[in-house]
Design a protein around this ligand. Structure first.
Ligand SMILES: [Zn+2]
Length: 93
């Protein structure tokens, strides 16, 4: 998720917000409430900081969770189907 820098044209407050690209931009200033809160073109520093911890965060979450889930469900599905099909007339008994 990229970090966007916002600035209020009324009171001049500046803030960074973590948003999805698909999220609608903020328009109301959190400090003074005026609808003059504008997204700024982000500085390089913001982008580096954002992608840096975003990348590690994303990697850990996406690789660990689905892999572990898949392995667990595969194992339980496999063992239960073995028990179901092997009724005694097969080679393993
Ligand atoms: Zn303001």
């Amino acid at each position: 998720m990229p970090i966007y820098a916002y600035r209020c044209e009324s009171c001049g407050v500046e803030k960074e917000h973590l948003q999805k690209m698909s999220d609608a931009p903020f328009t109301d200033c959190p400090a003074c409430g005026a609808a003059t809160y504008r997204k700024q073109l982000t500085a390089a520093g913001f982008q580096l900081k954002g992608t840096g911890w975003y990348a590690t965060d994303f990697k850990g979450g996406s690789t660990a969770t689905p892999a572990a889930k898949a392995a667990a469900s595969k194992e339980s599905a496999g063992s239960s189907s073995d028990a179901g099909t092997c009724g005694g007339g097969c080679a393993c008994h």
